[in-house]
Design a protein around this ligand. Sequence first.
Ligand code: AMP
Ligand code: ZN
Ligand code: FE
Ligand code: FE
Length: 296
Amino acid sequence: MRIDLHTHSDVSDGTTSPAQVVADAAQAGLDVVALTDHDTTAGWDEAERAAADVGIGLIRGIEVSCTYLGRSVHLLVYLPDPTYPPLVEALQRVLDGRDQRTPRILAALREAGIDLDEADVARESRSAAAVGRPHIADALVRRGVVADRDEAFDRYLSAGRPGYIQRYAVPLEEMLAIVAGAGGVAVLAHPWGRYGGSVLDADALAALAGQGLAGLEVDHQDHDPRRRASLRRIAGDLGLVVTGSSDYHGTGKSGHDLGCNTTDPAELERLLALAAESARRAGRRTPEVWIPRIPR
Ligand code: AMP
Ligand code: ZN
Ligand code: FE
Ligand code: FE
């Protein structure tokens, strides 16, 4: 039983369609995959149909852009009611912030002598609901300014670089409350990775567990073995679910192949039980989740 709980499609900054992500997940030998595009549920229906076609389990998720103590933190939200108005409204705020940021990044790049326009970005983002820096990076690659996304971030788009512009993200505590209201469950994505790292210490994680956080994404490529061991211990102490995932972005991010990290079936079972309880408490409809039977 192989389970990967964090992937991206071209509905955000992955490079393949939701259906293709699911088909590739089956091809990679996964039994369960979660589609967790940034700040949108737009890929869910297509992924659902593909999962039924190829016969693997799909977990509907979102990777929500949050802030905590002034830092950017990513929250994986699984199985919320996507029609819950406060959730819809919060995601719209983030998507609006993304759309407002793009022209400002382009202006900053122009300032730095790089002439890129909105049409260049639109060519890369196509029908994506969540337009992000990776699409601007792709436009820079197409223009021959940089060789790949990594170089685009390193030279232009990361914090402190000439094209960096902040955008709106949801305060983490507010998002945890929204997830509870939407009948979903929340797992901190790569808590000690590139984002969040310094503010999410053991005390902060304990406080967040008290505010409804359900789990920690321990096994992620951004975490070395020592960090994984420490995070696993903290999760155990706090009774948090431990997940592992690829954070697959198609060809947009190397070293994140589908299934490169996986989640223990017993941990998925705990997560699904928490989701069912959350939905019941919120009075929301629990989405049907078809999972190949978890062997005991
Ligand atoms: P945004 O959410 O638009 O601000 O862009 C941040 C996203 O870009 C992250 O969630 C990653 O998926 C992606 N990203 C960040 N750094 C890199 C990098 N060096 N190469 C490729 N993708 C990156
Ligand atoms: Zn991404
Ligand atoms: Fe992330
Ligand atoms: Fe991600």
